[in-house]
Design a binder for this molecule. Structure first.
Ligand SMILES: *Cc1c(COP(=O)(O)O)cnc(C)c1O
Length: 324
């Protein structure tokens, strides 16, 4: 097996991110609840994409790129963090974003502009179309003497997912030091790199912990994460029996990706008021609502310790106008 640390990585994140006990909420719910603060990765407004970008931008640099091209929704945290991280390395970024959703110059779109990214809003609902636009943009740039590196949706490639294999290692070391014994890890999942990397990382470094992905869109969340876990295992030259065979998922998309839900807004208020921690309306608010629902449904034992992975997203709080 190769270690994730044997792959080129640019240190961009402030690591380890804190692992904190949610004292007030644990007392309120009569549970042992912890939060892994990947909203505090230390670039822009923080978030999970920074761990993936440490590996992806190392790859871009090794290939001699001067520009990175990526995609996402108009309010994409991934696109915003790509612009922020690329800028630190002296790379330009071109963001091809879906116009659908909140495309007023607010929230993450405002941040994209502050970070100096070139942003194009596209009138399509299909990431296949955008993939073609990305390849065309790359060719165009290269014809003008630039070298461009493509980062797919959410940075969810096997190389990007290495960031979350490493995060599982970090969590193991941290939990050990703090004498915390997690039974469950709950996280938001969409393009699958975070969940896929974690599934593999937990299997390698914290095999007693069961991960539950809370899907915030209507895609095949478990399959997507499992396929990424398998490809990442191959990248690490792991034997086939090291590949996770199943992934536990619940769906909490509400009316769909990027449409705030009442449950999500309630979870945002609960964590803000009890703990002073901000979740977001697209990912983590819904994921935390999923966690609360699973507690209600009795999916976790009374004495079990639950860790919520806070994947960031605060920029979108200032773009959506719902249920406040
Ligand atoms: C992108 C993102 C996720 C989902 O991560 P994936 O690796 O795309 O599944 C969760 N939370 C936030 C805040 C994100 O920006």
């Amino acid at each position: 097996m190769k270690s994730p640390d044997s792959f080129p990585r640019v240190p961009l994140a402030q690591l380890p991110t804190p692992l904190q006990r949610l004292d007030s909420l644990s007392a309120h719910l009569g549970r042992e609840l912890y939060i892994k603060r990947d909203d505090l990765t230390g670039v822009a407004l923080g978030g999970n994409k920074v761990r993936k970008l440490e590996f992806l931008l190392a790859q871009a640099r090794a290939l001699g790129a001067d520009t990175v091209i990526t995609t996402g929704a108009a309010q994409s945290n991934h696109a915003m963090l790509t612009a922020a991280c690329a800028g630190r390395l002296g790379l330009r970024s071109l963001l091809l974003l879906k116009r659908r959703g909140v495309s007023a110059p607010v929230g993450n779109l405002r941040l994209d502009a502050i970070f100096g990214a070139e942003t194009r809003l596209l009138d399509t609902d299909s990431y296949a179309d955008i993939g073609e636009e990305m390849r065309a943009a790359k060719e165009e740039l290269e014809a003008r003497g630039h070298r461009a590196f493509l980062i797919p949706l959410g940075g969810s490639t096997p190389v990007g997912a290495l960031g979350y294999v490493r995060c599982a290692m970090e969590l193991r070391d941290q939990a050990e030091k703090m004498n915390v014994h997690p039974d469950h890890l709950v996280l938001s999942t969409s393009s699958g790199g975070t969940f896929g990397g974690m599934l593999l990382g937990l299997r390698l470094y914290l095999p007693g912990v069961r991960a539950v992905g809370v899907a915030v869109d209507n895609g095949p969340a478990a399959q997507t994460a499992l396929a990424l876990a398998a490809d990442t295992a191959r990248l690490l030259e792991l034997p086939p029996d090291a590949v996770p065979g199943s992934a536990s998922c619940v769906e909490q998309a509400g009316e769909g990706y990027g449409i705030p839900s009442r449950e999500g807004a309630e979870a945002i208020r609960l964590l803000a008021r009890r703990e002073g921690i901000l979740l977001d309306p697209v990912y983590t608010g819904k994921a935390f609502a999923g966690l609360l629902r699973m507690i209600d449904e009795g999916r976790f034992g009374r004495d079990e310790t639950i860790v919520f992975l806070h994947t960031g997203g605060a920029g979108a709080l200032f773009a959506y106008d719902a249920f406040w």
